[in-house]
Design a protein around this ligand. Structure first.
Ligand SMILES: O=C(O)c1cc(=O)[nH]c(=O)n1[C@@H]1O[C@H](COP(=O)(O)O)[C@@H](O)[C@H]1O
Length: 239
């Protein structure tokens, strides 16, 4: 089990905190996720800081807008040389394709590697009740995730973000080459916080996740290195 398959979510508000975490965790070989909080607080220089230390970045800004705007954002993400970024599947095929094509063109132009593009399905903080009563989607949650994974595939994306609960059915339906990135993962020592569809790292890996995303159980631990090592050990139990 490769430790780069652990993506640590750097959900902190300052460059300094992010830098400290990267300095501590980079020697373990993990991948880093820069999400809305950190990117809106500190901008692209955080991505540059991680790259300058040889780290890989999943830029998690969950694009969801008209195709032209998403294409522009995807071009910028590609220019930054990120390893991976994501787009909401619920924005539709035209939007996903616009992002994908723009990212590819920009990578060709700038000579950077084409980023992996993942479709966000149903967020892991959402359960069947919220999906139905608040968002108004009456379908079974797992079926909705599968339908949206199908749309992401049709648009040509590399894979999807989905909770551990849906990994098995996505893998069965879309085969071994479709990437599955799984947040909502909680090691045995941690609480589930606001995540609703959770599993342990071992279970997620056993079910076929390519990458797991873990934030607070590592970044808010008294000893983040010890916590990350523990998560990697739990992942290895699932190989
Ligand atoms: O796209 C994501 O990364 C994502 C999708 C999703 O459905 N659920 C989800 O939790 N995430 C992200 O994964 C991370 C999980 O963080 P923790 O709950 O602290 O482990 C956060 O940065 C979320 O923004």
């Amino acid at each position: 089990m490769d430790s780069e398959r652990l993506i640590v979510a750097l959900d902190v508000p300052t460059f300094k905190e992010a830098e400290n975490l990267v300095d501590m965790l980079k020697p373990l070989g993990v991948t880093f996720k820069v999400g809305l909080e950190l990117f809106f607080s500190e901008g692209p220089r955080v991505v540059e800081m991680i790259h300058s230390r040889g780290g890989k970045v999943f830029l998690d800004c969950k694009f969801h807008d008209i195709p032209n705007t998403v294409a522009g954002a995807a071009r910028a993400a590609s220019r930054m040389g990120v390893f991976m970024f994501n787009i909401h599947v619920s924005g539709g095929i035209e939007m996903m394709k616009a992002g994908l094509e723009a990212a590819r063109e920009e990578a060709l132009k700038t000579g950077t590697a084409v980023p992996k593009i993942l479709g966000v399905t149903v967020l892991t903080s959402i359960n069947q009740g919220i999906l139905k009563d608040e968002i108004g989607i009456k379908e079974n949650l797992e079926q909705k995730v599968l339908d949206w994974a199908g749309l992401a595939r049709l648009a040509g994306l590399d894979g999807v973000i989905a909770s551990p609960k849906e990994i098995r059915s996505i893998r069965e339906q879309f085969g071994p080459d479709f990437l599955i990135v799984t947040p909502g993962v909680r090691p045995r020592f941690a609480s589930s916080d606001d995540q609703k569809r959770v599993m342990t790292p071992e279970e997620a890996v056993l079910r076929g996740a390519d990458y797991i995303v873990v934030g607070r159980p590592i970044t808010r631990a008294e000893d983040p290195v010890k916590a990350a090592v523990e998560v990697i050990k739990e992942m290895q139990g699932g190989v």
